[in-house]
Design a binder for this molecule. Structure first.
Ligand SMILES: Cc1ncc(COP(=O)(O)O)c(C=O)c1O
Length: 425
């Protein structure tokens, strides 16, 4: 059990009050009686896979996001895989994606046999840098046999990427845009919800996300043909869904299979949890936003931490509250010199801060990883840490603070008090 020294006896210098501290988790799902009831209904109904509850969950997400189709899958990784396949990505193609993201973004590209081409981020937003995309595209011969097919931006930590600039680039260079909006349910850019600005968006319902079904994902799209293909691909390639078969006459006949599909079907147990979660999505998102804004106020005077940046006209969904630790202001500028030993020193200090917070019962994490530094990608594509310097800085100096719906003032003050104390030592 974690303990914290609360006071010391001035005369003897002995610890006089050592009390167990409750842990502050990195996040906490919002589950209650509604989810339990919804699960019970499914169990009683006996329809437990990709049935009416999944359909209802899909309809609720489509309405909330503002798109024509939402197609549930087992995870966002599966959703990304299917979106890429349905967009025509095949072995030998190139897909452009940020080098600072969860590994699943790149893995989904690998599953298709295409090559993930990493692009560095803008350190302010943690999102893919349109300037770097242009540099890469302009460095290619126009008759390149493997002209990149897809641009796969990520709305990292719940902040939309600069989709206006990215869509303009996509039009200029003939790319299809698929959004990884795993973290971004509820995020908005200039009136456009995350997941609606590309051919398809992809959401995650993993427990680190605001709305969770345990595991789960969803493709969002306005494209009828793409939606129809993804519905088949997630269900072994079946040309008709179980719902279509069983709710109409002739359900005993098996459908035709035109594609090599997968089993990426969501269960109705997850779908039911999702419907209960979506009933209070606005409340969950508002609650998380309030916690983030309170952090903004509490942390603004700590010079060692750079708090999340929110560009004008963006609404941050704060799937994670990610700060940068002791980053050099010059490092935000492209082309600035980054001395490896200075970054390594700062990284050691960041790790000490994270370890001290953990010792005090406060869960923290680095933001996410620079995927090009992870062994599989580094070795397969011969990459170096400093190939994407801003992603490498973000990997080494980011720190995610606990954030969840219902986090109390006292808990947040405890986080900030411990940070201040550690930094003062
Ligand atoms: C940016 C990003 N993309 C993709 C994923 C994969 O989501 P899932 O766990 O639902 O497969 C995650 C999950 O954390 C993520 O953060």
């Amino acid at each position: 059990m974690n303990k914290i020294k609360l006071a010391e006896d001035k005369k003897t210098n002995a610890t006089v009050t050592e009390q167990p501290m409750s842990k502050i988790p990195i996040t906490r799902p919002v589950f209650g009686g509604e989810e339990q009831l919804a699960i019970e209904e499914v169990l009683k109904s006996g329809w437990v896979v990709q049935g009416p509850k999944v359909q209802r969950f899909e309809n609720m997400v489509a309405k909330f996001v503002g798109c024509r189709h939402a197609i549930a899958t087992t995870s966002c990784t599966a959703a990304l895989h299917l979106s890429l396949l349905a967009a025509g990505v095949s072995p030998g193609d190139e897909v452009l994606l940020p080098s600072f993201t969860f590994i699943a973004t790149a893995n989904a590209v690998e599953y298709t046999g295409a090559k993930p081409v990493f692009i560095d981020i803008d350190l302010k937003t943690f999102n893919i840098d349109p300037v770097k995309i242009r540099e890469y595209l302009e460095s290619l011969p126009r008759n390149n046999p493997t002209w990149p097919k897809v641009l796969l931006p990520v709305a990292l930590f719940g902040l939309c990427a600069d989709m206006a600039a990215l869509n303009a680039l996509a039009r200029e260079f003939g790319l299809v845009v698929i959004e990884d909006a795993a973290c971004a349910l509820g995020a908005v850019r200039d009136g456009h919800p995350a997941g609606t600005e590309g051919l398809a968006g992809n959401l995650s319902f993993h427990p680190r996300k605001a709305v969770t079904t345990g595991e789960g994902g969803m493709v969002t799209t306005n494209d009828d043909t793409l939606a129809a293909e993804i519905r088949q691909l997630r269900d072994h390639g079946a040309a008709k869904t179980d719902l279509e078969r069983h709710l109409r006459q002739g359900g005993s006949l098996l459908p035709e299979y035109f594609h090599l599909g997968y089993n990426y079907r969501m269960t109705d147990i997850q779908g039911a949890i999702g419907t209960a979660q979506m009933n209070r999505v606005e409340d969950i998102l508002r609650g998380r936003h309030e916690v983030a804004e309170r952090y903004n106020r509490l942390l603004v005077d700590i010079p060692e931490l750079t708090i999340p940046y929110v560009p004008d006209k963006y609404y941050h969904a704060y799937q994670s509250y990610v700060c940068l630790f002791r980053t050099d202001p010059a490092w935000f500028e492209d082309g600035s010199e980054i001395l490896p030993e200075i970054l390594a020193n700062k990284n050691r200090e960041r790790n000490r801060l994270m370890a001290a917070l953990e010792e005090n019962g406060i869960a923290v994490r680095q933001g996410t990883h620079a995927v090009h530094t992870l062994a599989y990608y580094r070795q397969k594509y011969g990459l170096d840490d400093f190939d994407y310097p801003r992603s490498f800085i973000a990997d080494r100096l980011s720190i995610t603070l606990p954030l969840y719906y219902g986090m109390t003032d006292d808990e947040q003050i405890r986080v900030v008090t411990v940070i201040n104390k550690i930094l003062a030592d």
